[in-house]
Structure formats: C-alpha cells, structure tokens
Design a protein around this ligand. Structure first.
Ligand code: ATP
Length: 285
C-alpha cells in the first residue's frame, strides 16, 4: 500500500498504515512577507510506514512506540491528535479515541512521518466514528494540518506546488530501490528554510512567493514514466541540501559514502537530515 488506507477494521478498533516519502525533486522560491516559501516538488511514497491504531474511547489519548518514539510529543501538538480534533470538529463528533502510533518513519527526518500519522488518523477516525467523509473533504482537512499531509493521504507519486499541498498525481512505472541514511539527531524544518534564505540573501518580502519554475522536471518525469533508475538518479535534486549541510556538516559524510558506493543518485530527503541513495537493486541498496 502506498497511500493511507484502512487495512483492518473491527467494530471498535481501526488500524491504518500510511507511507513516508522522499522528495525526488524539491525546488524552493523566495519567501513572501509572512515567511511562506513557494515550492515545486515531486513526492514519491516509500515502503516505510507509520501505523495508527484507533480504538473507541471516551477521551482523546495517545501512545507511541517504535524507533524515536520517545522524541514524539504526546500532547495536543502531536499531528495525530490535531488530525483527530480537526475531524471531530468538522464532522461534529463528540466521541473520543485512543490513538496508538507505531513509528516506522524516522522522526524529524524529512520523510514526513508526522504527516503520515495525521493522514492515517484522519482515515482511521473517519472509519471508527462512521463520519464517511468524501476524499476531497479529507484532503481539505489534511491541508489545514500541514503541507505534507495531503500527499500522505494520496500516496504513490505526485507533483506538489504551493506549499507542496496542491497535488497532481504523476505516473511512475516499476520499482525503485532506496537506501536511507538515518541520522540520530533530526533537523528542524524552519531552521533549514532559514539557512536557505541566509545562503541566498533572501528576505521575506511582499514580492516573494512567486510560483517556482517547473520546466526543469522534464527529465525526472520521463525517468519515472520509463521506470528508468539511472535517469532518475541523474535527475534527483534538492535546493535545501546546501542549507542542511551548512547546519549539519556531518551530512557530507553519508552523501559522499553513498556516491562512493556507486549510488545512481543521492539526495537529501525534504529538509533532511535523512539522506536517500538510489540503488541499482535491493542487494546494492
Ligand atoms: P516533514 O518532512 O513533513 O518536514 P519530518 O519528517 O522532518 O517532517 P516529523 O517526524 O514529521 O518530521 O516531525 C517533526 C517534528 O514534529 C518532531 O520533531 C515532533 O516534535 C513533531 N511531531 C508532531 N507530531 C508528530 C508525530 N505524530 N510524529 C513525529 N513527530 C511529530
């Protein structure tokens, strides 16, 4: 499964998985006055999953397990809790839910694990509470929770514009094999965007926010349609990589190691610090 979907349902328990993602390309424009950066990105869902188990309850409670679970906030700031509250508010539900997160995606790794939790929670609570929202309604709610949440709901491969939340599905054939270099310490997304602005001398201003050119993705789209990993490796791109390396110079090492190991392409995933290396085969990965 490469989008958020109900995997298992009993009367008072729903289990949903949602995938993490890698940005095959991430292009970032000048910030607007409010600090918003326009993006043009190509997302691909990867077979690294978050699982959410939603159980009927009187209150709204949360637990988490899995690698990095101790770094995940269990209060109202958790994206899964925010998703459940947003759905309850929208649909006028007064029931509670206990959410249990099984983390599979690295925390604060640039692979949108929290966003996957939010997407899976929307699907799970919609099922548990019997609210039966249309896909478009769930997608609109997802966009209010974070720029990467609509993609976690959609999955597969898609072009994202705006904040990355305006999605157009893209065709991708075959299977690509990735190796992910996960870091012990996460990187804050706002800090990476701040370093990006500093490197480019960008100041938030009213003339910023213009859409980012998308013509550059012709080779990438062609590689995806052809299922050609060599061409895909050559087309990987992330405007945020120099900024992330400035903040975390240790990232130069996995980037270099992956290149030396003959990766077809190496790219920072999102705002990092996970480094994604495209391999020739599962064995090579
Ligand atoms: P993105 O790629 O969307 O920027 P990310 O993958 O880098 O996100 P996440 O793992 O989604 O990062 O989490 C980033 C921060 O958000 C964490 O450091 C944590 O404080 C907070 N957070 C809120 N909800 C969650 C959640 N359900 N899982 C993980 N982190 C969460």
């Amino acid at each position: 499964m490469s989008s958020a979907g109900a995997a298992q349902v009993t009367t008072d328990r729903v289990r949903v998985r949602a995938p993490g993602k890698v940005n095959l390309s991430l292009r970032v424009g000048r910030p607007r006055a409010d600090g918003y950066h326009p993006l043009s990105t190509v997302f691909q869902a990867v077979s690294v999953y978050e699982e959410v188990v939603a159980t009927a309850a009187d209150d709204l409670t949360l637990t988490a397990q899995g690698p990095g679970a101790e770094q995940v906030p269990l209060d109202d700031t958790n994206l899964a809790v925010r998703a459940a509250r947003a759905l309850a508010r929208y649909a006028g539900v007064e029931d509670g839910v206990h959410l249990h997160l099984v983390k599979g995606v690295p925390v604060a790794g640039g692979m949108a694990g929290g966003s996957a939790d939010a997407a899976a929670t929307l699907v799970a609570c919609d099922e548990l509470w019997g609210t039966g929202l249309a896909r478009e309604e769930l997608t609109s709610l997802a966009a209010t929770l974070g720029a990467d949440v609509p993609f976690a709901l959609l999955g597969h491969t898609a072009v994202g514009t705006g904040r990355g939340d305006l999605l157009t599905p893209a065709m991708s054939r075959g299977e690509f094999c990735w190796a992910f270099a996960v870091q012990d310490e996460g990187l804050s997304t706002p800090a990476v965007f701040g370093a990006f602005d500093a490197l480019h001398g960008y100041q938030p201003q009213p003339s910023g926010g213009a859409p980012v050119e998308r013509d550059d993705e012709v080779d990438l789209m062609h590689a995806l349609r052809a299922g050609d990993p060599v061409a895909l490796g050559a087309a990987l791109h992330n405007d945020l990589e120099p900024a992330a390396v400035t903040l975390a110079p240790r990232l130069s090492r996995p980037l270099a190691v992956a290149r030396e190991a003959g990766a077809l392409g190496v790219v920072l995933s999102g705002s990092g610090p996970t480094v994604a290396a495209l391999a020739r085969s599962p064995q090579h990965a």
